[in-house]
Write a protein that binds this ligand. Structure first.
Ligand code: SF4
Ligand code: SF4
Length: 254
């Protein structure tokens, strides 16, 4: 399968190839166009009032961004049907950068809310503060969210996830929330069994039938592993044993 792309997410090399130099982001807001497939598309070219994006007469050309012409106005963000354009601005603070991106989920976050900043695959990168939410209602377009993130993560954060402590239960039997599971993993529990030991997730009546895959996914997100590499939990025998005779048939009352 070498060379075959299994997801639509950019590889690290592809992302690095389209990210503007840090010095440009330090000067002020600038677009990042993560469009690396030659699809017939060009709304971004028409959306830019400063002529900073060029696709050209061949509509399958990749868009080229003129870093000097780009004013960081953000108009192109909501015009890209592929949600491929973001904005970064490292000029406002010595420690934080602003990352602005289209956001098509509900509910929308609120200004000043602390959320999980995630990467192109939805994997947690860092905690982030919501600076601004443009709901898109006035221009009848996609909502645009602006996050403040530590500067070292401005290359990685591309979206966000709301943090809802205590609201999302991964283990419904024992009422263990996603936040508790993530906390356990961050404190060193790297297997489903280790999470179970710390939180009781998976110890209820269903014996982890529902939550074990969800817990594996959280461990994978937090540790950067593939979910397939997370060891499954140990399983216990059914609570009530059945004889083979009963399974094979017999009296209806049995
Ligand atoms: S951010 Fe504004 S100026 Fe920059 S490419 Fe997009 S539309 Fe053009
Ligand atoms: S609008 Fe978006 S998907 Fe289409 S060419 Fe421009 S960046 Fe690529």
């Amino acid at each position: 399968m070498e060379g075959v792309k299994l997801t639509g997410a950019l590889s690290a090399a592809e992302a690095a190839s389209v990210f503007p130099p840090n010095e440009r982001a330090e000067r002020g807001p600038v677009a990042v166009i993560e469009c690396v497939q030659q699809i017939p598309c060009n709304p971004c070219e028409k959306a830019c009032p400063f002529g900073a994006i060029e696709v050209g007469p061949d509509i399958t050309n990749l868009p080229r961004l003129d870093l000097d012409k780009c004013q960081g106005c953000g108009l192109c963000l909501s015009k890209c049907p592929g949600l491929a354009i973001f904005l970064v601005d490292a000029s406002k603070s010595a420690t934080e950068a602003l990352v602005m991106f289209p956001y098509e989920y509900l509910p929308l976050p609120a200004a000043d809310e602390i959320v999980d900043g995630v990467d192109r695959t939805g994997r947690f990168v860092t905690k982030a503060r919501v600076v601004k939410v443009d709901t898109g209602a006035q221009r009848e377009g996609t909502a645009i969210v602006t996050l403040a993130v530590p500067k070292q993560y401005m290359h990685d954060v591309r979206s966000m996830r709301l943090v809802a402590p205590g609201e999302v239960f991964l283990c419904r039997c024992c009422e263990v929330s996603e936040t508790e599971v993530r906390q356990a993993v961050r404190e060193g529990a790297k297997t489903v069994v280790a999470v179970k030991m710390r939180t009781r997730a998976g110890m209820g009546l269903c014996q982890g039938r529902t939550c074990r895959r969800l817990i594996s996914r959280v461990i994978a997100e937090e540790t950067g592993q593939s979910p397939a590499d997370i060891l499954p939990p140990t399983s216990r025998a059914p609570v009530r044993t059945l004889s083979l005779e009963a399974l094979a048939g017999g009296d209806d009352n049995e």
